[in-house]
Design a protein around this ligand. Structure first.
Ligand code: ADP
Ligand code: MG
Length: 585
């Protein structure tokens, strides 16, 4: 049980504030997480890690010279929002580019992915290496589907050491990929974990039993076993990991026994001793092992074993010094404190000066978003019902939360002294949408609106070609981030027909208004047709049969929004004076 808090809703934030207060020599708080409080050599690659809170020392405890440059910190067991990741990475960037690395979970992939698109669009070169070490979560031939657990440490450590040694982004990325590929973990739990304020654990393990192959967010294990002796447990973990070793494994391994929350260090050490003997008996040399709490799961009673199969290059970076609040190795000269004000000023310096014409277009962008909000609110219940067929029923409320936050952010931006360009209005709106909406569709819509804003930029007028480029950028953000293909039964099945009809009509000489009307009609037809499809992506996938005969909620909401924007735009084109008043409302 977690017992120390005022309001459980503030647990993650207040714990992070206290962590920073206790570790000022290492970390400083930024909006969305923490960055190193010590100087970073110019041009160094910034390793930005992160994920939900509740896993300390992961992730904020691993920020410091020789390891991570920053950590984006979400709520308890929940991904940080894309905007948080973006701001943390921006504060951490030292001019050498950014490597994002985190455990492979759908929410994190969407939010970090969205941040990556935005950082790259702004010229901060950003790559991603996912950690996929948990052998219980998918077979070896689907290693890219595995979850990330304590293998976070090996990947972060080696990437961080490579960055510290001055390697460039290509090399840091290459080493992180190789480390991940050569890292394997398996966990066991003896009892579940409880979120602050909750009155029951996320799962339980029957007394006298052990659950094998569990996740670090309360995902239950794949099988229950009678509680083994320590020797039997060591044998089980070692034999399963050895059976899964990479094809080019050598004979030198890092072994990490990781406590998940409430197992005593003495017990971890006892087990480690037995594990090391088994590894040596298998002909292996154990190199610079770790035994302790490195990636936890709140108050879970459990532990995991990780093996990293070294080669000469990886061994060099594993052994390199590091100095962070929770992980120290070797000797590093102490670093002077960093001037934090400079980094804050850099984030704030994105302020622009739009021309009056660009500011008017910014106000029109906000007016379009108000239309989107109205149509979402009108259909909120219908969208929720559709999502409840095979999903979790939150599509209506999620879209509403997102679009309401987007409208507020857009109006605030447009109300700036001198107004704001469409780029500024829409990036503020998209960021707010994804932060408030949660869910898959929130990350996708937020990212697409930001991409559209960046495509529009800060200009006085737009051509048909600009409109086509904007619609194309909007669609590309969604397909790049969500990776859904046509026919997977997602919003993409309405989005791509919309994009194609829009561009074809413009190419054929249609006006923007007519092209929009044709595209909206194509989206509607395509959304209706998704009723014949089985979902292959997203939460609805496991209930594919139930979904047959019902259209995809994300495709339906997209078609409704497209129709409303078309009606609004065509109304405005027909009556420009009225529309101006609307834009000022
Ligand atoms: P969640 O699925 O997280 O509860 P929502 O209910 O708000 O999020 O949105 C569900 C919709 O998201 C689906 O109907 C589908 O259109 C869309 N969706 C899910 N996964 C993807 C994806 N990978 N690419 C594009 N759209 C997706
Ligand atoms: Mg849903």
């Amino acid at each position: 049980m977690t017992q120390i808090f005022d309001n459980p809703a503030d647990f993650a934030d207040e714990a992070l504030d206290g962590f920073v207060a206790a570790n000022r020599g290492y970390v400083a708080r930024v909006d969305g997480g923490v960055v190193r409080s010590t100087e970073v050599p110019a041009g160094q690659v910034a390793l930005v890690v992160g994920g939900g809170s509740g896993h300390y020392p992961a992730f904020a405890g691993l920020v410091g010279p020789g390891l991570a440059a920053a950590s984006a910190c979400g709520n308890m067991f929940a991904s940080p929002a894309a905007g948080q990741v973006y701001r943390v990475a921006k504060a951490a960037n030292a001019g050498g580019g950014v490597l994002l690395s985190y455990g492979n979970y759908a929410g994190d992939v969407l939010h970090f992915g969205q941040a990556q698109l935005r950082l790259n669009a702004e010229g901060i070169e950003t790559r991603t290496v996912l950690v996929t070490d948990d052998i219980a979560s998918a077979p070896l031939d689907q290693i890219e589907k595995r979850r990330g657990i304590a293998g976070d440490l090996t990947v972060f450590k080696i990437a961080g050491a490579a960055a510290e040694a001055g390697l460039d982004l290509d090399d840091v990325e290459r080493l992180a990929i190789r480390t991940n590929y050569r890292t394997r973990s398996l966990g066991v739990a003896f009892d579940g974990c409880t979120l602050p304020g909750a009155d029951a654990p996320l799962f339980t393990v029957p007394a006298g039993h052990m659950s094998l192959g569990l996740g670090i967010h309360g995902e239950p294990g794949i099988s229950d076993h009678p509680m083994p002796t320590a020797s039997e447990l060591a044998e089980l973990l070692v034999s399963q990991l050895l059976a899964d070793k990479p094809h080019d494994a050598g004979s030198r391994v890092v072994a990490i026994v990781n406590g998940l929350g409430t197992v005593k260090y003495d017990e971890l050490f006892l087990l480690f001793g037995k594990i090391e003997k088994l590894l040596v008996a298998a002909g292996l040399t154990v190199v610079e092992p770790e035994c302790g709490e490195l990636v936890t799961s709140l108050d879970m009673s459990g532990l995991s074993l990780t093996l990293l199969w070294l080669d000469d290059e990886l061994e060099q970076y594993w052994a390199a010094p590091a100095d962070t609040p929770a992980f120290r190795k070797g000797n590093l000269a102490s670093r002077p404190a960093r001037q934090m004000a400079a980094a804050d000023a850099e984030v704030a310096s994105a302020v622009e000066r739009p021309t009056p014409a660009a500011a008017e277009l910014g106000r029109q962008a906000a007016a379009v978003l108000r239309q989107v909000r109205d149509v979402v609110v009108e259909h909120e219940e219908e969208l929720g019902r559709l999502d409840a067929v095979a999903g979790d029923g939150d599509h209506g409320i999620g879209m509403r939360r997102g679009v309401e936050a987007a409208v507020t952010a857009a109006e605030q931006a447009a109300a700036n002294d001198g107004g704001a360009s469409p780029a500024r209005v829409l990036t503020a709106a998209g960021e707010a949408w994804s932060e408030r909406a949660g869910g898959t569709s929130g990350a996708l819509w937020g990212s697409a609106i930001i991409a559209a804003g960046l495509a529009l930029g800060n200009r006085d007028s737009y051509s048909g070609g600009d409109a086509a480029a904007t619609v194309t950028a909007f669609a590309a953000a969604i397909t790049e981030l969500g990776k859904a293909d046509p026919g997977d039964k997602t919003m993409v099945d309405a989005l791509l027909p919309f994009r194609d009809a829009f561009c074809t009509a413009l190419d054929g000489g249609a006006s923007a208004g007519d092209a929009l009307a044709a595209a909206a009609a194509a989206a509607r037809t395509a959304a209706d047709r998704t009723a014949d499809l089985r979902p292959l992506k997203g939460r609805a996938r496991p209930l594919a049969e139930k979904s047959l005969g019902h259209p995809d909620p994300g495709a339906v909401s997209f078609a409704l929004i497209a129709a409303r924007i078309s009606a609004h735009t065509n109304g405005r084109l027909a009556n420009p004076e009225l529309a101006k008043q609307g834009a000022q409302a």
